[in-house]
Design a protein around this ligand. Structure first.
Ligand code: PEP
Ligand code: MG
Length: 755
């Protein structure tokens, strides 16, 4: 290594002093370049800042023509500086002028210099600028010098990120940091949210990048890495592994990286150059992110993603910060951004402050989506790389109807969205006006529109929407938001208020459906290969009859003097229903022994959501009072396609001959036996799908509150006989109809049925 004036640590200390001086941003930059040039024994040091329009602008220089500051400009990819920005990696050349990308800027006076070292100024993986040193001699910069310059770039990144440079930017130009981004994802919950980013896994803003004492920082880093390893081992050892995003493979990958010497070494090297432990973690993470944004290989991306998560965890170790909402102050228009999360994690947030949810993963029927929908939170999933593009507090718009996400939107986009929100509110007004209109098709068929619910806050939607009742009350949500098992008295209290608030409208409770991705943090569960097909729902509660009986008892007491409607999830064999019914009978007998009054009538139903039950429908309808089709689960098992897997969502279409034929057979079985059938999966809430369901014989459908209006508007214009005449020949032809969705859409359009 060439001798330098005091090495990187001293340089960092001097830089820190300059950062603290009460001078203008330009003066600060001018001082920094002089210091860096001297320390690196370079004749030139220049800072180029990237603007939002993709142009790199010279902001300060020592050694080149200073009159060119704010004048010399180049595009990303153009010249050597543009190449560094484009590749987001350092470029060291002994003979710069011999490089194919070399571009001669006569006005700078560069012709004298041969050696070139440029490093990207990175923050959260985003290129904010380029820092360059140059020498006359044909020298090759050493690894240590490259490392040192990258460390200095961290300081500059923080300076740019602090907004300090805005004051000296050319009028009307925006820095890359504030660049808007528009991303397309998958629309999951139809609402529009305008607000500010809250990272589910918070990222720490490193206030102090320069170490006071490098040895102390080394020790802190080592301790944090050790603690991280232990915490990951702990997570792996813990039984509750099925929580979304924390699957065993991911954790195993984390463990591998945490033990990866390369990763630790890079952070230690960064500390050795004089950064604090936090700044070192951030620097290495930033490199990882920059690579993540540039690799196409999905396998490698996944790995880089895991490393990024791990860096977040390490940072939290260092500063003792919790993930999730615990103790955090949310803005009142929070848009939560996460890679993925479980439904309970979303419920942990203060509902009133959440305007939207953006996930890098996610799918239509994952439980977190269902909860988001129930809460009316605008949600978009499959938003690639969103985590690398946002920081806490960024302005963001989530359009859950089109799947667009706008990061740091320019004013015209904000105005357009404000208008869109106003129009939607108007449309909601129209839907609200429909709430008193009977839900009868044009040719006079009455359709029951019911609500899916799970929390007491859902109940007012009955009145808002004019829904006829609650078709599915997911009782597990109460269990998921609790920190310990809700006692019988607590359950009774909730069910009583649900029935009170429903004021005589029918409420169909579903017995606990836990397991799968619905994990109770306080209940030990064993790790399962396939939790969705595992020990969940009725399987779990029949094996733990005490649990089911206490729930049944609470329901019986709550429904005292009124009707109780209760259904059991995931019935795959009629005997499971028989056994559940037996438990109900025993609880009824217990109540009468206790001389307690029970419900005036009890209606018991089964959910049809496991394909095996399709071949036992007549036996089932002989036993039950009603059926309810859980199309979310039924379809995942029908197509063997995980409902929570982002890669599979949208791959199989429910509007296909096999699915509609299967669903029709359920509706017909109910019809034959005069057993009412409802469908309560997400299908029911989408107007086109709901139209198809009516066309194959469903007369009762249950959905999220926001869907009632659009579905009612659709059916009011529908002539069912006409639709049946169109649809039935297609289903009976014994041939696939590849464009069934398109045909149904064309049908609706031709008949003026609003979708
Ligand atoms: C379903 O599976 O369609 C259903 C309604 O139940 P859940 O989404 O709660 O599994
Ligand atoms: Mg289900």
């Amino acid at each position: 290594m060439r001798p330098s004036l005091g090495g990187p640590r001293l340089l960092l200390r001097r830089l820190r002093e300059v950062m603290a001086e009460p001078i203008s941003a330009q003066q600060r930059l001018d001082k920094l370049v002089v210091l860096i040039a001297a320390n690196m024994v370079a004749e030139v040091c220049s800072v180029y800042v990237l603007r939002a329009d993709g142009v790199l602008e010279l902001y300060a220089t020592e050694g080149l023509n200073r009159s060119q500051v704010h004048n010399t400009q180049m595009r990303v990819g153009q010249g050597l500086v543009g190449t560094v920005a484009k590749d987001a990696t350092p470029l060291a050349l002994a003979d710069a002028q011999g490089h194919p990308n070399f571009l001669f800027f006569a006005e700078l006076g560069e012709e004298l210099f041969n050696a070139f070292l440029g490093v990207p100024i990175l923050r959260s993986g985003d290129t904010l600028g380029v820092l360059v040193v140059q020498n006359r001699s044909h020298r090759l910069y050493s690894e240590d010098e490259i490392e040192a310059l990258q460390t200095v770039a961290v300081v500059l990144a923080e300076m740019i990120a602090s907004g300090d440079l805005q004051a000296i930017a050319r009028p009307g130009t925006l820095l890359a940091l504030d660049r808007p981004h528009q991303l397309k994802g998958l629309a999951l919950s139809d609402a529009i949210g305008l607000g500010h980013v809250v990272l589910h896994e918070p990222r720490y803003v490193v206030a102090n990048v320069v170490a006071e004492d490098a040895r102390v920082e080394e020790r802190r880093l080592d301790q944090a890495i050790e603690a991280l390893k232990v915490s990951i081992d702990d997570l792996i050892a813990r039984a509750e592994m099925a929580r979304a995003g924390e699957h065993r493979e991911i954790l195993e990958a984390y463990r591998m990286f945490a033990n990866d010497r390369g990763w630790a070494t890079r952070m230690r090297e960064a500390v050795a150059t004089g950064l604090t432990a936090e700044a070192a973690v951030q620097r290495v993470q930033s490199d990882t992110r920059a690579r993540l944004l540039r690799v196409a290989d999905p396998y490698l991306r996944e790995k880089l993603h895991d490393m990024d998560d791990l860096s977040n965890r390490l940072m939290r170790q260092l500063i003792g910060l919790e993930s999730g909402p615990a103790g955090r102050l949310l803005p009142k228009d929070a848009i939560i951004v996460a890679r993925n999360m479980g439904p309970a994690e979303l419920l942990d947030y203060e509902r009133e402050r959440i305007r939207g949810l953006v996930l890098e993963e996610g799918s239509q029927t994952a439980h977190v989506t269902i909860v988001a929908k129930a809460l009316g939170i605008a949600t978009v999933g499959h938003v690639e790389n969103v985590l690398t593009l946002v920081t806490d507090g960024d302005a963001i718009i989530v359009d859950g109807s089109s799947g667009m996400v706008h990061i740091r939107p320019p004013p015209d986009v904000e105005v357009a969205y404000a208008e869109k929100v106003r129009l939607r509110a108007k449309r909601q007004e129209v839907y609200r006006e429909l709430r008193g209109t009977p839900s009868v098709t044009r040719d006079g068929t009455d359709i029951a529109l019911l609500l899916n619910a799970g929390l007491i806050v859902d109940l007012p939607h009955l009145a808002d929407t004019g829904a006829r009742g609650i078709g599915l009350f997911r009782t597990e949500l109460q269990f998921m938001v609790a920190s310990t098992f809700p006692r019988i008295s607590e359950q009774t209290r909730l069910y009583t208020s649900v029935l009170d608030e429903a004021a005589g409208a029918p409420v169909t409770f579903r017995s606990l459906d836990i397991g799968g991705d619905k994990v109770l943090p306080y209940m030990a569960s064993e790790e399962e290969e396939n939790p969705a097909m595992g020990w969940r729902a009725i399987r779990l509660t029949l094996d733990k009859p005490g649990l089911l009986r206490s729930q049944i008892r609470a329901l019986l007491m709550a429904a005292k003097g009124r009707e109780l409607r209760l259904m059991f999830p995931m019935i795959s064999d009629v005997t499971e229903f028989d056994r559940a019914k037996e438990l109900v009978d025993r609880e009824v007998a217990y109540l009468s022994r206790m001389k307690q009054n029970g419900p005036t009538s009890i209606k018991l139903g089964a959910m049809v959501e496991v394909p095996s039950i399709l071949w036992q429908l007549d036996a089932l309808t002989r036993r039950v009072d009603f059926l309810s089709v859980g199309s979310n689960d039924l379809l995942q098992f029908f197509f063997a396609s995980d409902r929570g897997n982002a890669k599979l969502s949208g791959r199989f279409d429910a509007l296909s001959v096999p699915v509609l034929s299967a669903l029709r057979s359920i509706a017909m079985a109910g019809h034959r036996a005069s057993v009412p059938v409802t469908l309560c999966g997400e299908l029911a809430g989408r107007p086109l799908e709901a139209m198809a369901l009516l066309g194959i014989g469903f007369r009762s459908i249950s959905m999220a509150p926001s869907s009632i209006g659009p579905v009612k508007a659709m059916l009011l214009e529908l002539d069912l006989k006409d639709l049946e005449a169109e649809l039935h020949p297609l289903l009976s032809a014994g041939e696939p109809v590849p464009d069934l969705r398109r045909r149904l859409m064309a049908y609706a359009e031709s008949r003026g049925v609003p979708l």
